[in-house]
Design a protein around this ligand. Structure first.
Ligand SMILES: NC(=O)c1ccc[n+]([C@@H]2O[C@H](COP(=O)([O-])OP(=O)(O)OC[C@H]3O[C@@H](n4cnc5c(N)ncnc54)[C@H](O)[C@@H]3O)[C@@H](O)[C@H]2O)c1
Length: 367
């Protein structure tokens, strides 16, 4: 379709998939629908140059299909770069299921979703993400081998979240080393936003190291539980973003660094688990750089989970999982140094290395 000038609304109508702002030459987008189980899902396969597209499934109560599509496009793209920079032979993919995981998730729905995954013959391999549990992966495993993150009892590597948290902790320490000249987090103030599967283990590592840990979550019960368990301080003020802390760790959902929040940020470091923390990677990355806030790229430091599930495909054990995850510290420091030397945003410096690896493999495949 030849179009000259379109406003955003018109573009959404004329090209609702390929015209999405988040569309980045994705190879395949699969819409899955099953009336009987109520399944409505989208699988996004961004890039398979380095290997099959592996990435978790998120179940979320999206307010619109547009929002779900936007999310799967952004998340699957992030997976491509995460695996590339971590040195894994995997492409990038992700899936979203539209619905409330607490009330609408059933074994039948999970199995039906698994059948859609199976129909892609291994081009996409799924795993856990927000709204999913290890037992859901076990259910999917009943209908397809193209699933990771299954329980140890069923031969898998188990819950990836603690490994993700350890990688984030390593990335955070690297950021502290770069910003403060010392990676010891004792007495450093850290605000963890979102104390779910990953956030909780991160709080555990931080409190063990003697950091002053503040926690924030929309789930009041969870706040009480984690505060009691680890002695973390519940952050009571309304505005999380203007908290005067050393480190802000986004561990809930993405895009918390956006036009609305970025000017209020007081933290000296941003290092957390959430995917796609910057609403706009270019402009928000630049503003953080100008403000002197050290941003540890999300797709680099939250790779522990994928390292964990990759072990199921490559048959390596716990020791190698932890070694690879610990190495996030070194990679993060290298990225910070490169960014400083070349006056780049840290996000861009990381992206460049990931892209280079994909490009090299692509050229090799063409030979
Ligand atoms: N689990 C993993 O191994 C893994 C790997 C890589 C990236 N991530 C990303 O890390 C983030 C956390 O993952 P998780 O598995 O811990 O998810 P989770 O669902 O277990 O936890 C998320 C927590 O965030 C809270 N939350 C939601 N909205 C919030 C808000 N506006 N303010 C404060 N808290 C809020 C929820 O109540 C919940 O406690 C997600 O963005 C996920 O995509 C997770």
């Amino acid at each position: 379709m030849q179009v000259d000038v379109l406003n955003a609304k018109e573009l959404e109508k004329a090209a609702p998939v390929f015209g999405q702002l988040s569309f980045d030459n994705h190879e395949q987008v699969v819409f899955c629908n099953d009336k009987d189980t109520g399944l409505k899902a989208i699988i996004g396969i961004h890039n398979t140059v380095l290997g099959p597209a592996l990435g978790g499934t998120r179940m979320w109560n999206y307010t619109s299909e547009w929002e779900a599509l936007n999310d799967v496009l952004r998340l699957s793209r992030g997976m491509t770069f995460k695996s590339a920079i971590t040195g894994l032979n995997l492409g990038g993919g992700k899936a979203v299921i539209i619905g409330d995981a607490k009330t609408q998730k059933t074994p039948e729905l999970m199995r039906r979703f698994g059948e859609f995954v199976h129909s892609l013959s291994g081009k996409y391999i799924t795993a856990e993400d927000v709204g999913m549990e290890t037992e859901d992966m076990d259910t999917i495993r009943e209908v397809t081998p193209y699933v990771t993150g299954i329980s140890e009892a069923k031969g898998g590597a188990g819950n990836p979240s603690p490994v993700t948290a350890y990688g984030v902790f390593m990335g955070m320490k690297a950021a502290a080393k770069f910003k403060f000249g010392d990676d010891n987090l004792e007495d450093r103030s850290v605000l963890v936003q979102g104390i779910g599967h990953v956030g909780e283990t991160l709080v555990e590592h931080l409190t063990q190291e003697g950091a002053k840990v503040y926690i924030s979550d929309i789930n009041e019960g969870r706040l009480q539980e984690i505060s009691k368990k680890y002695g973390a301080i519940i952050f009571e003020e309304e505005d999380v973003y203007s908290a005067n802390v050393d480190i802000y760790a986004p561990c809930a959902l993405g895009a918390t660094i956006n036009d609305d929040t970025i000017e209020r940020l007081q933290a000296k470091i941003i290092a957390g688990a959430a995917n796609n923390q910057l609403a706009d990677e270019v402009s928000h990355g630049k503003i953080l750089q100008e403000k002197g806030i050290v941003y540890a790229p999300d797709f680099l430091i939250n790779a522990g989970g994928i390292i964990n599930v990759y072990a199921e495909l490559e048959n390596y054990g716990r020791k190698e999982i932890m070694r690879k995850t610990e190495n996030i510290y070194n990679t993060t420091l290298q990225i910070f140094e490169t960014a400083r030397k070349r006056d780049l945003t840290t996000h861009f410096a990381a992206l460049e290395i990931a892209r280079q690896r994909i490009e090299e493999r692509k050229n090799l495949n063409l030979k």
